[in-house]
Design a protein around this ligand. Structure first.
Ligand code: SF4
Ligand code: SF4
Length: 332
């Protein structure tokens, strides 16, 4: 049986913000596990061969820092690489002191280069709290990654957001991800369409070349085909599993589709069901829209979750890809 490479766990969907593009809000109704039970899940995946754990949300640092620090420490003691997400708007002192000893990298988000834009996305009063929290974290953590979610609200300024992040925040690395047609983005309609996203990618490519940096483009397997300085990333061919708060194994966390359940079935059985499930096999098959694409070898076939979210089918092709024969339907 194939081994899990890593685990991305939305340990909590709770947060102190209510960002308009948040996909994790989908999981707000799910029960979070207690620390001891969560340790059992992490141990199970480590025994199956996972080497990496990312604790995300929601904002695990803002809502349950002590518990998730304990979980991170446990994972670290098992030999896992451990990373953690926070919005930076509420970082308890204990986390600032203990986190750098336990967490290999801290991940955060920045979606605006001004108070006005940032707060239009993340809510009133959040900008100063972010800047203050980020600066305190930057002093303590040796590795901080900044991710920019590209939505309809910031797409035309996303290059300036990247520039602001690089010049003012000095992160260890930087990435972007398109807001997708799910969660609050679906309700608010701020997810991006193909044309808007490709324009945003081109503008980021220009600024990346000017600054001499590489921007990781999460969930954008065709990014390198759009411009220089953009590094694509895809989940295809990588057995990194997403977990919901109650430890359900998700097809991908933006789909909300649970394939199996580590809590109910045990980690090993849930993993066996996951890797042998029809839905995962269908998701990973090459879509018809990509079959004759000359870039298939370097792209791998686009994002199946966006196909599912926009067309209701896993294998219709990536609606954000400019090389796909499929219409961009996600504004409809
Ligand atoms: S299915 Fe799409 S959204 Fe999900 S991890 Fe893969 S590329 Fe990202
Ligand atoms: S058409 Fe498919 S394989 Fe070709 S670049 Fe787009 S997503 Fe990738």
């Amino acid at each position: 049986m194939v081994k899990p490479e890593g685990v991305i766990w939305i340990v909590t969907a709770r947060c102190v913000l209510s960002c308009v593009h948040c996909y994790a809000a989908t999981y707000l109704g799910e029960e979070e596990l207690g620390v001891e039970e969560a340790k059992g899940i992490v141990k199970g995946f480590a025994e199956l061969g996972a080497t990496y754990l990312h604790l995300t949300g929601g904002d695990p640092v803002a809502v349950r820092a002590r518990d998730y620090l304990e979980l991170a420490r446990f994972a670290k003691d098992l030999g896992l690489e451990v990373t953690m997400f926070t919005s930076c708007v509420r970082i308890p002192k204990e986390f600032l002191e203990e986190g750098p000893r336990v967490v290999d990298a801290l991940y955060t988000s920045l979606d605006g280069d001004s108070r006005e834009l940032y707060e239009a996305i993340r809510g009133s009063g959040s900008w100063s709290r972010f800047l203050d929290g980020y600066r305190r974290a930057r002093e303590r953590f040796s590795y901080i990654h900044v991710n920019v979610t590209v939505s309809r609200l910031n797409a035309v300024r996303v290059a300036q957001v990247i520039r602001f992040a690089i010049e003012k925040l000095e992160p260890s690395s930087i990435s972007l991800i398109p807001a997708m047609n799910c969660g609050r983005a679906r309700l608010s309609g701020v997810h991006v369409d193909r044309e808007t996203f490709v324009k945003a990618l081109r503008s980021v490519s220009e600024v990346a070349q000017e600054l001499g940096i590489v921007v990781d483009c999460w969930c954008t397997p065709f990014a390198h085909l759009v411009g220089k300085g953009l590094r694509p990333s895809t989940c295809r061919g990588r057995w990194v599993v997403d977990l919901s708060p109650s430890a359900k194994l998700l097809l991908c966390d933006v789909t909300g589709v649970a394939v199996s359940d580590a809590r109910a079935q045990g980690v090993e059985e849930a993993w066996r069901r996951y890797v042998s499930s029809d839905v995962v096999r269908r998701a990973l098959s090459i879509p018809q829209a990509c079959a004759s694409c000359r870039y298939l070898g370097s792209c791998g076939g686009g994002c199946f979750a966006r196909s599912f979210l926009d067309y209701g089918e896993l294998d219709r092709g990536d609606p954000l890809c400019p090389f796909s024969a499929q219409p961009s339907s996600n504004r409809s």
